[in-house]
Design a protein around this ligand. Structure first.
Ligand code: ADP
Length: 663
C-alpha cells in the first residue's frame, strides 16, 4: 500500500506541477490589465482575467480596428456572455436592456500594461465557436470564420499557442467572437499569457501531460478488456477497461492533442457529439464497474435512474445539434456530483461491511472526486484554482488497477491453492487405493491359506460322514446326523473351492481349452444340481437346437455354468421354471438362463458381479452363500473372451445372458 501511494504521488505531483498558480494575480479593471509589477521571470504565466471591454454585436472596422465608443461595455473574463445585460439608449432617449443568450457575436478588448517590451506568448483555449485574435492590430489567430449569422460563420474548435515580439510596454488585445452553434459563448476559460519561452514550456508540459494520460488510459483500457476476454469470471475489468477508453476519447477530443487535428478531420458537430457521448456513457459504465465490485451494497433502483437519465441524454446528443445538447452539461454535472456522493456512500458502506478492496477504491475515488469537483467549480467560475482532473484521473486509475490486480492475484493464489489441495487429495486417494489393494491381496492370500488348511480335515469329515450314512449297522438317527454332516461338509467344501479358485484366477491361471459339446457340459452341471432341483420341484427346459460345440476350459466353464444354474434354482420359487437356451449367431455363441425367481432390483445389476457381494434382502439372507458365484462366473467368461449381462425384474425372475466369441 505504501509503495502504491508513492507510485501514485509521482505522476500526481508531476501533473499538478503544470500549475502556475503562485503569487496572487492582478485582474483587469475597466479593460486595462496592469502588469507593470508582474515579474514574468519569477511569477511565470498570468491569466488575462478580469474586466474586458465588450462590444455586443460590433466588429471593428478598418485597419485601425475602430470600435464605436458609445457601444463600449465591460464584461468579466473568463465567463460566458450568456445572461450579461447590455443597455443601449434608444433613438427616443430611453434605455433598452437586452439579456444575452448564447447566440450572437461580439468584440472583446483588453489593454495590457507592461514594465518593458519583451518576446511574449499566449495560449488561447477553445473559444466557442469561431474567433479572430489581434495583438497590436495584427491578426495572429483565426479560428473558423467569424460572421454575423449562423450562415456566414464557420465554427471551429481548437487550442492555439502564439508567440510574438512586443517592443513597447503596452499591448492591445482584441478578440472578435461569433457563436451560433453552442450554448455558452464568449471567453469561458482563462487566456494564458507570459514570456514566449514560458508559454512554450507550458505547451510542451500540456501536450506531454495529455500524451501521458492518453497512454495510461489506452494501455489500461486494452489491458483490462483483454483480461476480461481471457478470463470471464468477473466483469469488473471489462467495465473498467471501457471506462478508461471512454476517458481516452474525451482526453483526445477535449485535451491539448486534439484528435481531429492530429488524426481525423472531424466536423465541428461530430467533435462535440463524440465528446458528449463519451462523457454521458462514462457515468453508467462507472456505475456498472462499482456494482461489479460491490453488488450487495448498491441500490439497483438508483443505478437504474442514473443509467436511464444518461441513456436519454446520449440519445439527445445523437439526435440533436450542439446548440441544444450543450445546454444539458450543467444538469449532467449535477448528476455527476450526485453520483460522486452516492458512490462515496456505497464505498463507505462496503468498508463497514469489510468488503475486499473497498479501502483502496475509496482512496483512489476520493482523489478523483476532489479533482473533478475542483474542475467543475472552476469551469463554472465558482473557485479560481487550476485544472486537476487529469492528475486525479491518473491517481484513480492507479488505485483501481491495483485493486483489480490484487483481486486477480488473490483469485490466482486461490486457484493455485485449490490445485495444490486437489493434488494432495489425489495423492491421498492413490495411497488409500494402493493400501486397499494391498489389504485385499493379503485377505485373499489369508483366505486361500485358510481354505487349504481347512480342506484337509474337511475331506476327512466328508469321507467319514459319508461312511456313517452308508454303515448298515448304525441306528437311523445316527445315520441322519451323518447325512447332515455330509451335506454341510459338502457346502463348506464348495465354498473353500470357490475361495481357492478366486486366488487362482487372479494369479493368471492358464486355460486348458478344448472343444466340447455344450449339451455335455450342461448335463454334468444339472446332474450335480439334481438334489437342489428336486428340493425346489423345478424341471429345467433346455433349448439347444443346433447342438453347439464350444472351445473352452471345460472344468472352469462348467463351474461358471453351474454357478449360474445354481442361482437360477436357489433364488427361484418352488415349482418355478428354469429355461436354458443355447444359440449360434454369425459372430458368437449365446447362452441364456432364465428363471422365474425373486428377481434382482435394478440398482444391484452392476454390483452382483463384484467379489463377495450379496443382496441384503430377507429372502437371499435365508439362502446360504458367500457372494462369489457370479464373480467367478464373470471372471471365467472374461478369461474366455466372453461377457455376461443381466436382465431382471423384482418378483418376476432374472435372465443371465452369456456371449462367447467363436475363437
Ligand atoms: P451368492 O453366493 O450369494 O449366491 P452370487 O455371486 O452368486 O452369490 O450372487 C450374488 C447375489 O446376486 C446373490 O446374493 C443374490 O442376491 C443375487 N442373485 C444372483 N443370481 C440371482 C438370481 N438368479 N435371482 C435372484 N437373485 C440372484
Amino acid at each position: 500500500m505504501k509503495n502504491l501511494l508513492i507510485l501514485v504521488l509521482i505522476p500526481f505531483l508531476l501533473l499538478a506541477g503544470c500549475s502556475h498558480k503562485g503569487k496572487s494575480q492582478p485582474k483587469a479593471v475597466k479593460g486595462v490589465l496592469d502588469l507593470q509589477d508582474w515579474n514574468f521571470e519569477q511569477d511565470g504565466i498570468i491569466n488575462l482575467d478580469g474586466e474586458w471591454e465588450f462590444y455586443w454585436k460590433e466588429f471593428p472596422v478598418g485597419e485601425s480596428l475602430e470600435l464605436p465608443e458609445d457601444k463600449k461595455d465591460f464584461i468579466q473574463v473568463p465567463r460566458a456572455w450568456n445572461g450579461h445585460i447590455v443597455r443601449r439608449t434608444t433613438d427616443t432617449g430611453g434605455v433598452n436592456e437586452e439579456v444575452l443568450s448564447g447566440e450572437g457575436y461580439a468584440t472583446y478588448r483588453l489593454k495590457v500594461l507592461l514594465k518593458e517590451g519583451m518576446d511574449l506568448g499566449i495560449r488561447v483555449p477553445d473559444v466557442d465557436t469561431s474567433y479572430e485574435l489581434y495583438v497590436n492590430k495584427i491578426k495572429i489567430i483565426s479560428s473558423g470564420k467569424i460572421g454575423t449569422s449562423a450562415e456566414n460563420s464557420i465554427p471551429e474548435i481548437s487550442i492555439y499557442y502564439r508567440y510574438f515580439s512586443n517592443p513597447q510596454n503596452e499591448i492591445d488585445i482584441l478578440i472578435t467572437i461569433t457563436n451560433f452553434k453552442t450554448t455558452n459563448s464568449g471567453i469561458v476559460k482563462s487566456i494564458e499569457f507570459g514570456k514566449s519561452n514560458t508559454i512554450n514550456k507550458l505547451s510542451y508540459l500540456n501536450i506531454s501531460r495529455d500524451l501521458f494520460i492518453s497512454g495510461i488510459l489506452f494501455i489500461m483500457g486494452i489491458y483490462h478488456i483483454s483480461l476480461y476476454g481471457l478470463n470471464r469470471i468477473n466483469s469488473s475489468p471489462l467495465y473498467f477497461g471501457i471506462f478508461c477508453l471512454l476517458l481516452l476519447v474525451r482526453t483526445l477530443i477535449k485535451g491539448e492533442i486534439f484528435l481531429q487535428t492530429l488524426l481525423l478531420d472531424l466536423t465541428f458537430s461530430w467533435n462535440y457529439t463524440i465528446e458528449y457521448c463519451a462523457l454521458y456513457i462514462g457515468l453508467p459504465v462507472f456505475i456498472a464497474f462499482l456494482y461489479s465490485l460491490f453488488p450487495n451494497d448498491m441500490n439497483k433502483n438508483i443505478n437504474q435512474v442514473i443509467n436511464n437519465i444518461s441513456l436519454i441524454l446520449v440519445f439527445f446528443v445523437l439526435f440533436s445539434s450542439p446548440l441544444y445538447f450543450t445546454k444539458t452539461l450543467t444538469f449532467f454535472q449535477l448528476l455527476i456530483l450526485f453520483s460522486i456522493i452516492y458512490a462515496i456512500y456505497i464505498i463507505i458502506k462496503a468498508i463497514s461491511q469489510e468488503r475486499e478492496g473497498s479501502k483502496i477504491f475509496l482512496s483512489g475515488f476520493i482523489i478523483f472526486s476532489i479533482s473533478m469537483i475542483n474542475d467543475i467549480l472552476q469551469e463554472n467560475n465558482i473557485i479560481n484554482t487550476d485544472h486537476y482532473a487529469p492528475a486525479g484521473l491518473v491517481a484513480f486509475i492507479f488505485f483501481q488497477s491495483y485493486l483489480l490486480s490484487s483481486r486477480f492475484s488473490k483469485a490466482f493464489t486461490d486457484a493455485k491453492e485449490a490445485r495444490r489441495n486437489a493434488e494432495e487429495q489425489k495423492q491421498l486417494v492413490q495411497t488409500a487405493k494402493e493400501e486397499i489393494e494391498r489389504l485385499n491381496r493379503t485377505k485373499d492370500e489369508f483366505l486361500a491359506n485358510l481354505s487349504h488348511e481347512i480342506k484337509t480335515p474337511l475331506v476327512t469329515i466328508y469321507g467319514y460322514s459319508e461312511m456313517i450314512t452308508l454303515e448298515e449297522d448304525l441306528p437311523e438317527s445316527t445315520k441322519e446326523y451323518g447325512r447332515e454332516i455330509y451335506k454341510s461338509a459338502g457346502h463348506l467344501n464348495s465354498y473353500m473351492d470357490d475361495v481357492l479358485l478366486v486366488t487362482d484366477l487372479e494369479t493368471n491361471l492358464q486355460l486348458d481349452k478344448k472343444p466340447i459339446l455344450f449339451s455335455d457340459l450342461l448335463k454334468d452341471s444339472l446332474h450335480t444340481l439334481e438334489p437342489l432341483l428336486q428340493e425346489k420341484n423345478i424341471i429345467p427346459e433346455v433349448y439347444d437346437p443346433t447342438c453347439i460345440t464350444i472351445n473352452c476350459d471345460s472344468l472352469l466353464f462348467g463351474r461358471a455354468l453351474s454357478n449360474l444354474l445354481k442361482n437360477g434354482i436357489v433364488y427361484n420359487r418352488t415349482g418355478g421354471t428354469l429355461k436354458i437356451r443355447a444359440e449360434k449367431t454369425e459372430k458368437d455363441i449365446q447362452f441364456s438362463i432364465v428363471d422365474s425367481g425373486i428377481g434382482i432390483p435394478s440398482e444391484y445389476h452392476g454390483k452382483i458381479f463384484e467379489k463377495f457381494f450379496r443382496i441384503d434382502s430377507s429372502l437371499s439372507y435365508e439362502i446360504s452363500g458367500v457372494g462369489l458365484g457370479l464373480f467367478l462366473a464373470k471372471k471365467i467368461l472374461d478369461l474366455h473372451g466372453g461377457s455376461i449381462a443381466v436382465h431382471s425384474e423384482v418378483g418376476k425372475g432374472s435372465e443371465f445372458l452369456v456371449l462367447l466369441p467363436f475363437s
